[in-house]
Design a protein around this ligand. Structure first.
Ligand code: UDP
Length: 360
């Protein structure tokens, strides 16, 4: 029974067995107000988060090919959450057409079904939609900031562009009056089950996870942590439990959140990537008790990612809109990485390549 005595609302999380989806499904199940049903191509991370298979409703579904499964789940649901995405910068560079297929076309299948069945939609956009700062120090604002992207040759921006188009399509449905939605823009969420840890075999063609898992694998395998272009870029890292709490605030407030875009991030947790490398190295030495110094070395972006990469120099969220719904981030930078790293150290074998890379 929900807090207000009503039956829990049924929430279908499409693409919900990745890092954010698994943690969100767990938080929804704990809340008492919502019953999660996860649709995805596998349930590995979901099973890890819930402590076993079958503890959270799961239906196998590829959004590009399993239209009937998707349609039936959305028809039954009270709320639809769209998490369908390719989220790794390295994938944007290696497989830009795959990013379009999944992120754009896959998401359109979800959005169109939500419109057809008149279901409330929470859609995952990205802080990457804002692109580069263009030299401004102003935080990114949902309703005022420009989206500043590099040239087409720098195809890193294909993900940002796909997500921006989806935001505009959803917004247009809102204007047409046929969709109730909330769009959320995550600012570097970190925590248990993020990406994967590699086996340390140093394979040349290895995929590259985002910075947290990349540094964590380097520490576990005692090899150099690689700072792309010197690690000058800045990010605000947000602990996943803070993030899921913000998402639940939005779901509990349909009036306050109606047809709005929300940044979700922790402005107090800003760091350069170079400072992050030092922080993680220090925490690791403490947590794992190793005294051996791990090297931190610079690597040119072209060598690390290949051609077509361009970085977001800084991502600072304006969080006025989400804090107006009563949410505040609680977990500072040190604790964010201590908790995330402790989970990796304790679960290294379960988090290795055994966890499918499709599940990130
Ligand atoms: N980065 C790095 N070393 C790595 C992985 C990433 O220096 O092993 C940098 C990357 O160039 C970017 C920042 O870390 O400046 C964050 O990258 P991530 O892949 O986590 O995602 P982003 O925040 O860019 O979406």
């Amino acid at each position: 029974m929900a807090r207000d005595g009503a039956p829990p609302k049924q929430v279908v999380l499409v693409g919900g067995s990745g890092f954010v989806g698994s943690n969100l499904a767990y938080a929804l199940a704990q809340s008492g107000d919502f019953t999660p049903i996860v649709l995805d191509t596998n349930d590995e991370k979901l099973a890890l988060r819930f402590g076993g298979r079958g503890k959270c409703a799961f239906r196998r579904c590829d959004v590009l090919t399993d239209g009937a499964v998707l349609e039936a789940a959305i028809e039954e649901a009270d709320i639809v959450i769209n998490l369908v995405s390719h989220v790794l910068p390295k994938t944007f560079l290696d497989n830009p057409l795959g990013v379009i297929d999944v992120t754009l076309h896959g998401s359109m299948n979800v959005i169109n079904a939500a419109v057809r069945h008149k279901k409330r939609l929470m859609h995952f956009s990205t802080s990457e939609v804002y692109g580069k700062t263009g030299g401004s120090e102003a935080p990114f604002s949902e309703d005022h900031s420009d989206c500043t992207l590099g040239p087409i040759d720098n195809h890193r921006w294909i993900y940002s562009t796909s997500k921006q188009l989806l935001d505009r399509i959803i917004h247009a449905h809102g204007l047409a009056g046929d969709l109730e939605y909330a769009i959320v823009r995550p600012f570097n969420f970190v925590g248990p089950l993020m990406d994967w840890l590699d086996e340390g075999d140093g394979a040349e063609d290895a995929e590259v996870p985002r910075v947290f898992a990349s540094f964590m694998s380097a520490l576990l395998h005692e090899r150099a942590m690689q700072l792309v272009d010197g690690g000058k870029s800045r990010r605000c890292f947000t602990f996943i439990d803070d993030a899921t709490s913000a998402l639940i605030h939005i779901l509990r407030d349909p009036e306050g959140a109606r047809n709005q875009i929300f940044n979700i991030g922790n402005p107090g947790n800003e760091t350069t990537i170079a400072e992050l490398a030092e922080l993680m190295r220090g925490i690791y030495a403490q947590e794992a008790g190793t005294g051996r110094p791990i090297e931190i070395k610079d690597v040119p972006a072209e060598q690390f990612y290949g051609s077509g990469y361009e970085d977001c120099d800084r991502r600072m969220p304006d969080i006025g809109k989400i804090t107006a719904l009563g949410w505040q981030p609680q977990v500072d930078l040190q604790e964010t990485f201590e908790r995330s790293m402790r989970f990796c150290v304790d679960n290294a074998s379960a988090l290795g390549v055994a966890v499918s890379r499709e599940a990130v």
